[in-house]
Design a protein around this ligand. Structure first.
Ligand code: ARG
Length: 292
């Protein structure tokens, strides 16, 4: 296994929302009678992209494709680990056509792509998140638990499967967000007792998010070092994050919430480990050190 071709600095994959829209309904947030406003979606996406660059990450773009409105959600393109990517096996046929475009992007950019056995549904970094060296795998609504186990064996990492029991939080990244090794925020209402116990046992510091803020996609944050970028509408979480030494930033993403997505879903980390991996992790407890 080699390093990610993007290992030198925080790098993020995004896809412009040119053909984004609410064209089908595959999660409870989507309603074709509530279409996305194209102009506003473009503005919101551009602003998110700026904030990600401001946070010090390089943004790479994948070409949008007509007829694939959810291709903007690059978190679902696959799971990146060093120079390998496990491609997604989407549950719904509406999204299955994204895969060849995602595969092509990864191959052209120097990754080795891995195919999961076809019978396992898997939706990439939407359902598989590293917190430190442990991979947390959300299953039942979109991904199969067996797929996460297959990945754990392939990569030689510990996998903690957590069942998602609330249809509004259908991907793990809608209700769980690693912030640093041993630190994550989560929405307890998205898990059952087993899942909650597993999270408590494997994450030292768990920051609970309220129902109101979870509904505003508070857990769907882009984390780059100390910077935590979320949708608007999560002031309590932001206060808490500031107390812990993070730098929360909000930006409106309502047009994407209509599809069941927000900041994190619109991005995929390419530098080999997830945001809370072992390389770019901030120390949540201390202030940055000054040279003098
Ligand atoms: N409409 C998309 C779907 O239901 C939204 C995907 C959001 N992505 C995510 N990583 N949570 O598949």
């Amino acid at each position: 296994m080699g390093r990610s071709p993007f290992a030198d600095r925080p790098s993020v994959l995004m896809c412009p929302p040119e053909y984004y829209g609410i064209e089908y309904e595959i999660n409870p947030w989507m309603d074709r009678r509530r279409p996305a406003d194209h102009h506003r979606a473009v503005q919101q996406w551009e602003r998110l992209r700026e904030l990600i660059s401001d946070a010090g990450a390089e943004v790479y773009l994948m070409d949008p494709v007509p007829g694939l409105p959810d291709l903007v959600f690059t978190a679902n393109a696959g799971l990146v680990f060093q120079d390998q990517v496990v491609l997604s096996n989407f549950r719904y046929r509406q999204r299955q056509r994204e895969r060849p475009y995602q595969k092509q992007w990864f191959v052209q950019h120097g990754f080795r792509t891995l195919d999961l056995p076809e019978q396992f549904h898997f939706e990439g970094a939407g359902d598989a998140l590293f917190c430190g060296e442990t991979l947390f795998g959300g299953y039942r609504i979109r991904s199969h638990a067996a797929g996460h186990q297959w990945i754990g064996q392939r990569f030689g990492c510990q996998v903690i499967p957590v069942e998602l029991v609330n249809p509004f939080y259908y991907h793990l990244d809608t209700c769980f967000c690693p912030l640093a090794p041993g630190v994550a925020m989560y929405f307890p209402g998205a898990f059952d007792q087993y899942g909650l116990r597993a999270l408590e046992a494997h994450v030292e510091q768990l920051i609970p998010v309220s129902v109101e803020e979870a509904r505003a996609f508070a857990c769907n944050a882009v984390v780059i070092g100390r910077r935590v970028i979320t949708n608007t509408g999560c002031p309590r979480l932001h206060r808490q994050l500031r107390r812990l030494g993070f730098e929360p930033v909000e930006t409106p993403l309502g047009e994407f919430v209509k599809a069941g997505g927000s900041a994190k879903c619109l991005t995929l980390r390419l530098d080999g480990e997830e945001a809370a991996g072992w390389k770019h992790a901030p120390d949540a407890q201390t202030e940055p050190s000054h040279p003098e």
